[in-house]
Design a protein around this ligand. Sequence first.
Ligand code: HC1
Ligand code: SF4
Length: 572
Amino acid sequence: MVKIFINNKEYEVPENITVLEAAQKIGLQIPTLCHHPELEPIGACRVCVVEIEGARTLQPACTTKVYDGMKIKTNSDRVVNSIKFNLSLIMANHPNDCMYCEADQRCELKKLVHIYDVRPLFPPTDLSDVFDDSSPSIQRDLSRCIKCQRCVRVCSEIQGMNIYSMIERGYKTIPQTAFDVPVYETDCISCGQCANLCPVGAIYETPDWKKVLRLIERKDKILIAQTAPAVRVAIGEEFGMEPGSISTGKMVAAVKRLGFDYVFDTNFAADLTIMEEGTELIHRLKEGGPFPMFTSCCPGWINLLEKQYPEFINNVSSAKSPQQMMSSVIKTYFAKKIGVDPEDIVVVSIMPCTAKKDEITRPQQKIKLEDGREIKATDYVITTREFAKLIKFKEINFMGLPDEEYDNPLGTSTGAGAIFGVTGGVMEAALRTAYEILTEEKLPKLEFTAVRGLEGIREAEIDIKGKKFKVAIAHGTASVKRLLDDMKDGRRYYDFVEIMACLGGCIGGGGQPKSLDPEILQKRANAIYTIDERSTLRRSHENPDVQKLYAEFLEKPYSHIAHKLLHTYYTD
Ligand code: HC1
Ligand code: SF4
């Protein structure tokens, strides 16, 4: 520990931390823009400057380490004037049209401009004219870019994709793709992490919320929503709830208040996925491969597979993602049940993920109806953030909503379906079912704790009746690529591998509420495991409505009709 003085008060803080971290530990706010707890600090924006006794110039708090006896001022006139000056420099290269910006209340710049009452000090400079709407998942409007480099850093440090680098100089500097090509023409996997970390409105998810708003207002179709496992443990943050709050009931009620006719649970389809993927695994065990088998539900991972690791294409499960299984079942089984033409139904998915927007545009994800028509399974995907925007736009009092229930018959789910939302969850859900089917015995303990945690790569050996089963889990694409490179070069071997493109799995998806809380993933993960613990049913094969779906419509897992509706293929 070292002794430091901040604004003339004495504190003891751990050595080797930064001034910013020390201030945060004692509950003192220092403004930041380029800083993000998940990224290496670079001290680029100069908004976190502080005065340190003995230093000639002001120092950025995010990169300056504390030392014993350090005397820091965070609120002197010199500091405040400098912050204002630096913010007004940023403002001179930023449009003043907040009413048209996708960042709206989430804009970190707008918040600081308000707090510091920044007025224009400099004449406006030319703004970048790069506008890129090539991707179904993310859009870029670089006229709004404040050069914080968070997008560049998250895409390289956490995702290992290196899609952007900073080009040009001075106020013309922008994060751009190689050769300035539209982002969808690069190896971008549509994970949306650049949009999630953007502090302003320069990169954001493709705004499908506007189309959904029109649908709700027009109301000439049957509107059905499905909600992903990870949305319920994060949506509350948009309304001031503590991270890790579980708001399933309020979330369902909000979807209904928006005007949807039915709301179904993607967790139901996660159970269905386990039935198909688990059966595929058992088939492969009987047929001798191909192994390793990879999970297939993360569309960011599927993009990475096709773009950079095509040698593993035959190893990936052919099971569609729960999102796509759910929509396929809605437009066939459920449409028949309620006696409507599938084309009179619109399915909107509420997802923590931007790559899900991309997944629904894949031609092989269309479903073929009995009469030969080929239709889209999911019509629109909105992220957790877009969902919150719709709730606010419609002035629904989220906090005051009662808890409401999903509709049936696609609203029942098990704890195994719930844990899909966190890294390791798909593996654990699959093991619960595969173990019991292969051994014909009840699992003595349902929790496979060896596959849990937030380490980037985890591995475990599972004993299934004397057969050792080697499994691995990777999340955050930089870790995923490390694992895949090792597997490609024969340095690692596994039987079954779960891959999630985003840190933490879907709880850390690119469409989740933005946060500067370093504990956020752990809190959301804990909430997901709490949902599982509280569930009366915790194995996918025990879901009574999934059993009924097979009995009434799909016959059995891996049947001909299940293959037609619930499985897909990948191309390089
Ligand atoms: Fe996910 Fe999935 S868990 S991919 O992370 O398999 O998005 O939440 O909906 O489809 O169920 C996301 C989450 C989600 C699918 C499921
Ligand atoms: Fe990189 Fe993901 Fe953004 Fe694509 S969407 S540029 S892969 S962070």
